[in-house]
Design a protein around this ligand. Structure first.
Ligand SMILES: NC(=O)c1ccc[n+]([C@@H]2O[C@H](COP(=O)([O-])OP(=O)(O)OC[C@H]3O[C@@H](n4cnc5c(N)ncnc54)[C@H](O)[C@@H]3O)[C@@H](O)[C@H]2O)c1
Length: 248
């Protein structure tokens, strides 16, 4: 409790799934949270549930892949919350297809939402973090960044791109007291993974040492230390709550 008291946090894709669980975990630790999501109704519901924990929260509509939408959303965050201490780049989509059949549009959409967004959001919070000499940037990658996945080349490319971004930025901003890390979850029961075929899900379950998909509540506890002083010696790292899918 109170490991993040008074910290101002942004969680993209915080309306549901892993992002919602992280937003609630931050609220339980005393942080104020802005939920940035394209799903306004669900973002409001999550903000409401975070506020019920006795902290401030707001819901801001955004398309994280769109530069002007991101700029407008962060301007709103600055008005409602003040400067950002912790950014969680978590919004993402899932989609599958063989490379041989993949359209350029499907590729571009995946990269825009799952990777470009991380750059667009992060660069807006860095000036404030640099001037206050403290900040945390955490991005949700995936264990598939390490492992690859059939029909998931675009998804895996985006998630592996997040790891390269994370490591490079970690060098750039360490001197300002800013840490930059990634979380690489294994398969987690959310609406996103429910969109994959039952055949894919069954094959994946059979591969997992723990024999089951994870729960969002099993990912959120990884974000809290990375977002607080407790995790101050992690930077450029990726933490792997993945049910043993990739053992690194
Ligand atoms: N579920 C898994 O198995 C799993 C595993 C590893 C990594 N991840 C990653 O975790 C993150 C969260 O996934 P989840 O499983 O909770 O999915 P989810 O679909 O439940 O949640 C994703 C959230 O992102 C939002 N979003 C999507 N596109 C957006 C956009 N363009 N602008 C703003 N918001 C947008 C959605 O509205 C939704 O609220 C994603 O980056 C995903 O790739 C998920």
């Amino acid at each position: 409790m109170n490991r993040m008291k008074g910290k101002k946090c942004v969680v993209t894709g915080g309306a549901r799934g892993i992002g919602r669980a992280i937003a609630l975990a931050f609220g339980q630790e005393g942080a104020d949270v802005a939920i940035l999501d394209r799903n306004q109704d669900l973002a409001r519901k999550t903000a409401h549930d975070v506020m019920a924990l006795g902290v401030s929260a707001c819901a801001v509509t955004v398309d994280v892949s769109d530069e002007s939408s991101v700029a407008a959303a962060f301007a709103q965050v600055a008005e409602q919350l003040g400067s950002v201490d912790v950014l969680v780049n978590n919004a993402g989509i899932g989609d599958s297809g063989l490379v041989v059949d993949m359209s350029v549009d499907a590729w571009d959409r995946m990269i825009a939402i799952n990777l470009r967004s991380v750059f667009l959001c992060t660069r807006l919070v860095l000036p404030g973090m640099i001037s206050q000499r403290w900040g945390r940037v955490i991005s949700t990658s995936s264990q598939l960044a390490h492992k690859g996945g059939v029909e998931l080349a675009h998804y895996c490319a985006a998630k592996a791109g997040i790891l390269g971004f994370t490591r490079s930025l970690a060098y750039e901003v360490a001197e300002f007291g800013i840490t930059v890390n990634a979380i690489c979850p294994g398969p987690i029961d959310t609406d996103l993974s429910a969109g994959l075929s039952e055949e894919w899900r069954a094959r994946k379950r059979a591969e997992l040492p723990l024999g089951r998909f994870g729960k969002v509540e099993e990912i959120a506890p990884t974000a809290v230390p990375l977002a607080s002083d407790e995790g101050s010696y992690y930077t450029g790292a990726s933490l792997n709550p993945n049910g043993g899918d990739v053992m690194i």
